[in-house]
Design a protein. Structure first.
Length: 227
């Protein structure tokens, strides 16, 4: 073979080798290409099932479609109890009968009774505020007679308060005979009067002085008259 022929053959062999190498490189590169992100219906369904409840328009687990889950919290026992207390009315002459009676022991005492005559419960809050005749202020209260809890009266039930008219030794100042008694009822706070007051006629020859005092309302008669 001539020199020119040998050169041409060598060039052809080199060209073929370059072509084969290029094809192999293209095949390897195409095998290493990462697949495109999944966009199938199954992928969309998976994404929907793992969505955070409440995000977008996805329904909450266990909630029928189209019906929103309840979000209003149930009333707590304390809240329900508070509402019941707010609806409770104080006992007064408007819903109760009030009487005053003399007692033999202890001496110089009267017993005040309030009886619920309505169809609903009422509360005998704190102590009655008692004014004799046309006095400008109520008599003092026996602070030691505070009951353990507010006296609650169901229909027909009674509460009691003791009234000390004068000192046992007769040494009280400004002694006088009283004829009338006005009974004011305390509200829930115990610091103000509420409802309708009761106007009573006192037993004959009721003698009082500046030591006169009334107890808090009591559920037991004996607790009311021992002070």
């Amino acid at each position: 073979m001539s020199t020119a022929g040998r050169i041409t053959a060598a060039a052809l062999v080199a060209a073929a080798a370059v072509t084969i190498t290029a094809c192999q490189g293209q095949s390897v590169a195409s095998n290493q290409v990462s697949p495109a992100p999944a966009t199938s219906a199954a992928a969309n369904e998976l994404a929907s099932s793992t969505a955070t409840p409440g995000s977008g328009s996805a329904a909450r687990p266990g909630t029928p479609a189209g019906k929103p889950a309840a979000t209003t919290p149930a009333a707590t026992p304390a809240a329900a109890k508070g509402k019941a207390a707010d609806r409770l009315v104080a006992c007064s002459a408007a819903n109760s009968k009030v009487t005053v009676n003399p007692i033999s022991r202890p001496i110089n005492h009267l017993a005040l009774t309030v009886t619920n005559t309505s169809a609903k419960p009422c509360a005998a809050y704190s102590s009655p505020a008692l004014i004799f005749d046309d006095a400008q202020a109520a008599i003092q209260v026996v602070r030691e007679s505070v009951p353990q809890s507010v006296v609650m009266l169901e229909p027909g039930q009674s509460a009691y308060a003791g009234i000390r008219l004068s000192s046992a030794d007769g040494g009280g100042a400004h002694g006088r005979t009283a004829h009338d008694l006005t009974v004011y009822f305390s509200g829930r706070s115990g610091n103000d009067s509420t409802g309708t007051p009761a106007h009573l006629t006192l037993p004959k020859d009721t003698h009082i002085d500046d030591s006169a005092a009334a107890t808090y309302w009591q559920s037991d008669f004996q607790d009311a008259i021992k002070w």
